[in-house]
Ligand binder design. Structure first.
Ligand SMILES: Cc1cc2nc3c(=O)[nH]c(=O)nc-3n(C[C@H](O)[C@H](O)[C@H](O)COP(=O)(O)OP(=O)(O)OC[C@H]3O[C@@H](n4cnc5c(N)ncnc54)[C@H](O)[C@@H]3O)c2cc1C
Length: 552
């Protein structure tokens, strides 16, 4: 006699472009039809790779991690890093699909960033976070492009943006030192000119995630400069010399991390690394800002991509797994749970792509003043809000698998661990909230944001949708009113996170309504109403005196 064997079916993924009706509806709304027709087959190919070959490789490759070999058999220090097979494959796909090239070729004009980020969104969840070096590569290409340094532009930008995998470079961004990742102005790395006039860097970089890259942009303090960010300068460093030897760089170790375990994140010693000044000998933190704008946009898009992947898997599972005599996908509370996550994901998507759209307009030279103010304000807000939404959504999706979500060889726990990095790197939630609220841009950014929210909601003639937009309008009015009555800097700091989140959630809701108003699919209206039912206004004005008990 055989006992009845019950085998659970794993979740399945199909073509991640074809199965993503929300992405398709967004692209149909934003792009001219002929343009979408031109790029759709390449997006579909990426979607097929992401849901097929790459996803399967990712599951098989689960236990492979990068290795660091510091010495060769003969005692030479080599510091060689071998990355996982999936990373090697991802590098080829990224270059040949033009994941960096697209916005520099600008074939789609002002829509090029939307095109690029749609491709990144499809690729990211199956790439084992290969998007980390890609984000920095895009950031470096942009930073160099606007630097005016023609020598470095000629030397590096065409390699950073190449579609040829054999020629394409990636770039690191070495900012964080043990003294601080947020407080970068405290950096201790020194820049010294040697006898030949060559700049050489001395110091330790505490987190560097792309040491396998060919170059990096980094910060160092030229001797004699004063303290703080303005005393730092931005430098260009090639990691290897023409003979393939490391350029005055030692890789001390790879970090043993909670997640992003395929990303080789190293601690480096710079011991006379030859470097080239990108611009002036000061204002490094200001000069590297284009890098941060780009990497924060990548962070926002990859946050949404992780949410989408987790939901794709959870919905697939819900269509098969049975409990209490029904499929999970037929149980009202399970459906309610996933619908809430879907609404969050769509709101986050529209915010991330609003940022992409504004970047595209900026790079095409078509940004007006209001949009410029909006871009500046929503860059930190989109990064911080989408990253926090991603952690919440992916965590809930793990629970939607029950115990299976907690089991390593399903591949699901890695998704949560990888997501957890998104609120940390490229500026933590608090640091970005302060960036949004304290840097003075709020005075011009806030009216622009308020106008954008009103514009998003005004387009609907549907009463239910208009009613759903109310929380966005009242939230932004609350923020404006609160700011006009609270100018104590400590109180502003203490509330900065709730304030920034409120602005972001209000904009997400307005964008959901705008999207629904432009579509005949009633699902979009339902998603907007569902989002509106969750808290939008988080500004509860907790006085910092009421947090003082923490320090008692
Ligand atoms: C996997 C991984 C890869 C990374 N790769 C790179 C890389 O390639 N290049 C690179 O340069 N860096 C990299 N980093 C570093 C990352 O950018 C920093 O860790 C991050 O910016 C935070 O800096 P920190 O670690 O010094 O934390 P801290 O700045 O010490 O922050 C600690 C806590 O204090 C809070 N905080 C700090 N200042 C304030 C404030 N003024 N008000 C309120 N709260 C505050 C923060 O929000 C945080 O919660 C990487 C990090 C990780 C985890």
């Amino acid at each position: 006699m055989h006992s009845t064997l019950f085998i659970q079916s794993p979740p399945v993924l199909g073509n991640q472009y074809r199965d993503d009706s929300f992405l398709q509806s967004y692209l149909r709304r934003k792009l001219p039809a002929a343009m979408l027709g031109d790029i759709e087959s390449s997006l579909s190919e990426l979607g097929a790779l992401a849901g097929g070959e790459l996803y399967q490789l990712q599951l098989r490759d689960r236990l492979n991690e990068p290795t660091l070999t510091q010495w060769d058999a003969w005692g030479n220090r080599i510091d060689h890093i071998e990355v996982s097979p999936l990373w090697q494959r991802a590098a080829d796909i990224a270059a040949s699909s033009g994941l960096i090239a697209i916005p520099y070729e600008r074939q789609q004009g002002r829509y090029s960033r939307i095109h690029q980020f749609a491709a990144v969104y499809l690729f990211h969840p199956s790439s084992d976070v290969y998007t980390c070096p890609l984000a920095m590569t895009d950031g470096a290409a942009r930073t160099l492009s606007v630097s005016g340094n023609q020598g470095l532009i000629a030397r590096a930008v065409s390699k950073l943006t190449s579609r040829n995998p054999a020629e394409a470079w990636t770039s690191g961004q070495w900012m964080t030192e043990a003294t601080g990742g947020s407080d970068v102005g405290a950096s201790l790395t020194r820049a010294v000119r040697d006898d030949t006039g060559q700049w050489r860097l001395y110091g330790k970089k505490w987190f560097t995630s792309a040491i396998t890259s060919q170059m990096a942009l980094t910060l160092a303090r030229p001797e004699g400069n004063g303290p703080g960010g303005s005393g730092l300068a931005m430098f260009y460093v090639e990691t290897h010399d023409d003979d393939g030897r490391l350029n005055g760089i030692r890789v001390e170790r790879l970090k043993d991390k909670l997640g992003t375990r395929k990303v080789p994140t190293a601690e480096l010693t710079l011991d006379g690394a030859r470097a080239e000044l990108v611009g002036d000998t000061r204002h490094g933190t200001r000069n590297i800002e284009p890098m941060l704008t780009v990497t924060r946009a990548w962070n926002s898009v990859t946050s949404v991509a992780f949410m989408r992947r987790a939901l794709m898997l959870a919905r697939s599972y819900a269509s098969q797994r049975r409990a209490f005599g029904a499929k999970l996908g037929e149980l009202p509370l399970h459906v309610d749970t996933l619908a809430g996550l879907e609404a969050e994901t769509r709101g986050a998507f529209l915010l991330a792509f609003e940022l992409a759209e504004l970047m595209g307009l900026q790079e095409a030279g078509e940004l007006d003043d209001r949009q410029r103010a909006l871009l500046r304000l929503i860059t930190p807000i989109a990064k911080l809000l989408t990253a926090r939404q991603a952690v919440a959504v992916v965590s809930e999706c793990i629970e939607a698998f029950g115990g299976a979500g907690y089991v390593e060889d399903t591949g699901l726990p890695a998704l949560l661990r990888d997501t957890q990095v998104l609120p940390i790197w490229e500026g933590t939630t608090n640091v970005l909230a302060l960036d949004a609220v304290l840097r003075g841009e709020l005075s011009v950014g806030l009216p622009a944001l308020q106008a954008r929210i009103q514009q998003g909601i005004a387009v609907t003639a549907d009463d239910r949708l208009a009613a759903a937009g109310k929380p966005a309008l009242t939230a932004i009015e609350h923020v404006v009113h609160w700011l006009s009555h609270n100018n104590d800097p400590r109180r502003l700091q203490a509330n900065a996170r709730r304030l920034a989140m409120t602005l972001g959630r209000a904009l997400e809701l307005a964008l959901l309504i705008e999207h629904a108003a432009a579509s005949s699919d009633p699902g979009h209206g339902a998603a907007a109403r569902r989002f509106a039912a969750a808290p939008v206004d988080l500004l509860t004005d907790i006085n910092s005196e009421d947090s003082a008990f923490l320090l008692e």
